[in-house]
Design a protein around this ligand. Structure first.
Ligand SMILES: *Cc1c(COP(=O)(O)O)cnc(C)c1O
Length: 425
């Protein structure tokens, strides 16, 4: 599932020993494996190759421009949700015609910039947004394309904050509304409303929600076509699972096996917007233990990475497997899972240095005996890790390092105290 593995008790990213990176760059540091990104991307490409598919990697999951650059070279398009992400794609030399723009609150300036950049299409989240897009396009004398985000109202089991495909969220419009919007606006000369977008949210562990969404959306597309509307593309969004625990989510092939047969011979281009399924396993957050202590019956490992570096455990109750970067042979983990333990492990809370009770990376987790100065690797931290990080507690954001085979390079420098106040003049 990725290229982080133990050799003789030492954790490696591809062919680079993690300890070497820590010595040279310090901690906390995000370490990415290029091969893992490319492998996940190509697996998805191959799985969906039977139908005309464009993969638009979701920038918000992990958007360093060096990463976007090699993703673009590998043939990826991009899914963006802000003007800042558009800028990142442009700086990385990404193909803007293969870039799609979602988000419920696009501002006029963001819309104008994206139109001028010639993006593939706008994913429209409301009637008012579409009306505004039309007004802007007419005023600017520009032509652009749009996909209407439809809420298929399928539920699945994930955290409430990352469910987006049901009626009671702020995203998209419901099916009844969608038909009216096409009837009213699809003939516009400046904005070609020619696609349907669905994005279910994140974290599903089965293919059923996708299969059900496609089954619910195809009749809508049929109805739209019967009414004389062109529907050229179906954008199925992102949210495909990532293995936070070993082998717990469907493979790209399994998603394709469920989805492709439904879309064959439907004269629909397919767009996919994977984020975490490409990048989650491609990154770890490496931290060093500052202190250990006991509180009541609990062991604490206090590390130099906190919720400002990785907020997912505090925000979503997310699970990240954590293990020392160097262990005796008997403590090499055979898999990454919630209840993984071995003879001799002890139960720890892994917490950060920030002045908040919610500042933890893991609770009640079995770890081999650890001590001050040991390195702890927080696995599957490539998605929504660095991109959600902040300067809270006036902490400098972590460095980002990219490993490629035997080599590694800094792709984002560690921030300095000067960076913290640079805009406060
Ligand atoms: C966040 C997002 C994605 C990516 O989600 P993942 O769970 O990382 O795959 C794709 N499309 C849209 C519209 C998004 O908002």
């Amino acid at each position: 599932m990725d290229h982080f593995s133990y050799q003789n008790g030492n954790l490696f990213a591809e062919n680079v020993k993690i300890e070497t990176i820590a010595k040279k760059i310090g901690t906390p540091v995000y370490i990415y494996s290029k091969a893992t990104f490319i492998e996940h991307f190509q697996k998805m490409q191959r799985a969906f190759s039977e139908i005309d598919t464009t993969i638009c990697y979701s920038v918000k999951a992990c958007g360093n421009i060096n990463i976007l650059k090699f993703m673009a070279q590998a043939g990826s398009g991009f899914d963006i949700v802000s003007g800042g992400e558009l800028f990142r794609v442009q700086q990385a030399g990404g193909d803007t015609s293969k870039t799609v723009f979602a988000g419920v609150g696009k501002t006029d300036n963001e819309i104008i910039d994206a139109m001028n950049a010639g993006i593939g299409y706008f994913n429209i989240e409301s009637q008012e947004e579409l009306e505004n897009l039309i007004t802007i396009a007419e005023k600017q004398g520009k032509k652009t394309k749009a996909a209407l985000r439809i809420n298929p109202d399928v539920q699945y089991k994930t955290h409430a904050y990352i469910t987006t495909g049901v009626k009671e969220t702020k995203f998209g419009v419901d099916i009844e509304h969608a038909i009216n919007i096409f009837d009213k606006y699809a003939g516009n000369k400046n904005v070609n409303l020619c696609a349907v977008h669905v994005h279910l949210g994140s974290g599903g562990k089965t293919i059923e929600p996708y299969v059900n969404a496609v089954k619910k959306i195809l009749p809508v597309i049929d109805e739209l076509r019967t009414c004389g509307h062109k529907v050229e593309m179906l954008d199925l969004g992102g949210g495909y699972g990532a293995d936070y625990e070993s082998d717990t989510v469907p493979s790209a092939q399994q998603y394709a096996d469920g989805i492709v047969p439904l879309l064959k011979d439907r004269k629909l281009k397919l767009i996919l917007e994977p984020g975490k399924s490409i990048c989650a396993n491609a990154g770890i957050l490496l931290s060093r233990i500052i202190y250990t202590k006991q509180g009541g019956s609990k062991n604490f490992a206090i590390v130099d990475a906190g919720m400002n570096d990785l907020i997912r455990p505090s925000l979503y109750d997310a699970f990240h497997f954590i293990w020392p970067a160097k262990v005796n042979e008997e403590f090499v983990p055979s898999q990454r899972e919630k209840d993984f333990q071995l003879d001799g492990t002890e139960i720890y809370d892994v917490v950060g240095p920030i002045c908040e009770g919610a500042d933890f990376l893991a609770k009640d987790r079995a770890l081999p005996p650890v001590k001050r100065d040991d390195l702890l690797a927080v696995f599957t931290a490539g998605a929504y890790g660095f991109t959600m990080s902040s300067n809270y507690n006036a902490r400098c954001r972590a460095a980002e390092v990219l490993v490629d085979g035997e080599n590694f390079s800094i792709i984002r420098k560690r921030e300095t105290y000067e960076d913290l106040i640079a805009l406060e003049k």
